[in-house]
Write a protein that binds this ligand. Sequence first.
Ligand code: FAD
Length: 383
Amino acid sequence: MKTPEEYVESLRDGRELYIDGRKVEDVTTDPNFEVPIAYAARDYNYDDRRELRTYTTGDGEVGNRLFQIPMNKEQLETRVELLRHVSIISGTISGLFALLNVRDTLGQIKPEYAQNVENLYNHCRDNDLRIAEVITDAKGDRSRHPLQQDDPDLYLHVVERRDDGIVVRGAKLHITGASLVHELIVLPTKSMSEGEEDYSVAFSVPVNTPGVKIINRDYAEPGRSTFDYPISGTRSMPEGFIVFDDVFVPWDRVFLCGEYQYAGTIAHALGLWERVGGLIAMVEQSRLMVGIAQLLADYNGISRASHVIDKITELIFYAEMLRMSLDASIRDFKTTESGMVYPNDMNINVGKYYGASNYHSMVRHLHDLCGGQVITQPVEADY
Ligand SMILES: Cc1cc2nc3c(=O)[nH]c(=O)nc-3n(C[C@H](O)[C@H](O)[C@H](O)COP(=O)(O)OP(=O)(O)OC[C@H]3O[C@@H](n4cnc5c(N)ncnc54)[C@H](O)[C@@H]3O)c2cc1C
């Protein structure tokens, strides 16, 4: 396993990054990346919750539990508990777990594809790497298929097939933590049709592969007071617009190339693991919202007012519905052919949809209960 210092050093590998219209010379010393790197590096401190964060691998080594493939309900429960305590940049391992979910299917198309997934898994586990899930294409005109777009590069596609690999061109948007991981797992964004073989491609490349360029968008200015900005001052993570400028991918890193019938299967698998992470975060956040609402109501002497009781009750229902969806998804787990256990996708989808569609109403209750103070509170320096 890497130490936090080794993680930071590992980012100094020649990766081509941009932010605010300029090239990033050294991401490890660039002020715009200071908070995100510190946030990501905390996950490499295995002294924190060591029992939860580590496990004994099949080879008898101590490993990062992020890489433990759950083979029973207890291990799935432990994985969910682990995901509550790691940063988003560990959570984006969902790309790898999506591939593990469909490994058996990929092996039926071509045994090499399943072997390549296995090799990537071993490589990431043995080197304690972080991974971005790279799926969302630029898409262009949403009413048209990839082949019907005016610009053929609006969906990432294969432009050349060689004896030793493929060359890909296109862009993937909004990719969380892309500049601060080691591997990019690139998957099709949706189902594809006959004729769209070149767009039906899945592969992985290291971030510093020639032709990979990442244009970052961050949300937190460096040097903000963590008292005034407790979330963005400690936990911001940039999204990356990744350009694949004729990137070469060797065959042993390809998981799908041309088999359009399976593009949707892979996209669906990523959706599941991505939403598991999303639902876990929503469960945490909803509990926090209940606590904040009750605290403010007590503080302002309004906790006995009927409209306040109604709002806090709704917040509690919201938090409990999310928790129950997550619990049910573990209780009603499913199993792949190779024996990997994963959360029930129906429960996860229902919970995630419910959480997202009611989120704004819940925040509205919080705004109402807080009054104006939430916007105009004096800053730390004023105390
Ligand atoms: C903070 C953040 C982090 C993200 N992280 C990642 C990441 O790590 N990896 C990754 O791959 N992606 C990531 N995403 C991308 C995210 O998954 C997409 O934004 C999401 O899937 C929606 O796609 P879109 O932005 O293209 O919007 P659209 O799909 O264009 O949706 C916009 C609207 O258009 C409608 N629409 C779209 N197509 C059609 C159609 N054919 N017919 C009718 N209506 C249509 C939709 O219903 C919606 O109302 C992230 C996004 C954000 C905001």
